[in-house]
Design a protein around this ligand. Structure first.
Ligand code: SF4
Length: 234
């Protein structure tokens, strides 16, 4: 849709009724499954870009990735994981030193606090092992549902929907949800798609959000699911 006054394109957010696209009931489910199938073909090998060799490394990298690109996190963790090898190592880190080491990733004070606290919990309450359940992971200080789902899906192979900023934005634009709360979006996507598609669909949405359906300038003209999207600018 073109905003004539501003002379710029703008994206309609989940506007219903475009081309009679269903935004509820069985029609929505059918459309969601077609979108998933097309995106999974487009991004067949989608998986987290955060480099890690253990559940602990992925947990720390995911905490560090808030408001930051995965590429930048990977640059920092290359050195970080050489120095801190166990949860006890992170728990015993000098906060000022760790803050300095992750400074370039932004929100370094909060990230430092979260890493030290959650690793302290892992060392003291879980014998140094990262829990493999949602309850166990979210009971760790500094670990939210999104971070827990990343670890559960990528390391433990559990069927999960990860709702990050890209998944939230694309779910709304595609008209797959009316909710803005990540937990409710997670539930909506879980109801629309079969369990085995949850994780790969989240990963595909993240890649599509980075490559095509960008926050500021979505590339609708090059989008493989344009015909099924309620917010296309084409
Ligand atoms: S890029 Fe695709 S998914 Fe995003 S708004 Fe445009 S048509 Fe919809």
């Amino acid at each position: 849709m073109r905003d004539r006054a501003a002379g710029k394109k703008r994206v309609r957010r989940g506007r219903p009724g475009r081309r009679s696209l269903s935004t509820s009931g069985p029609g929505l489910k059918k459309r969601a499954r077609r979108i998933a199938s097309m995106l999974l073909k487009e991004y067949p090998h989608a998986k987290t870009a955060l480099k890690h060799k253990s559940p602990l490394q992925l947990l720390v990298a995911t905490i560090l990735s808030a408001q930051c690109t995965d590429a930048r996190v990977n640059q920092v963790t290359k050195e970080l994981f050489r120095k801190y090898k166990t949860a006890a190592d992170f728990a015993a880190a000098d906060p000022a030193e760790l803050e300095q080491e992750i400074h370039s990733l932004g929100f370094f004070r909060q990230k430092t606090r979260n890493i030290i606290q959650c690793c302290g919990d892992i060392a003291e309450r879980h014998g140094g092992r990262v829990p493999d359940t949602l309850e166990g992971l979210t009971s760790l200080r500094g670990v939210g549902r999104k971070t827990a789902n990343v670890v559960l899906g990528s390391v433990h192979g559990k069927p999960v929907v990860v709702v990050d900023t890209h998944v939230k934005r694309l779910s709304l634009r595609l008209g797959l949800t009316w909710n803005t709360d990540p937990d409710r979006i997670e539930q909506d996507l879980m109801e629309l798609l079969p369990e085995d598609a949850w994780r790969p669909f989240s990963d595909a949405l993240i890649l599509h959000g980075r490559a095509v359906c960008r926050a500021r300038r979505p590339g609708c003209e090059a989008c493989v699911v344009e015909s099924l999207c309620t917010s296309s600018t084409c």
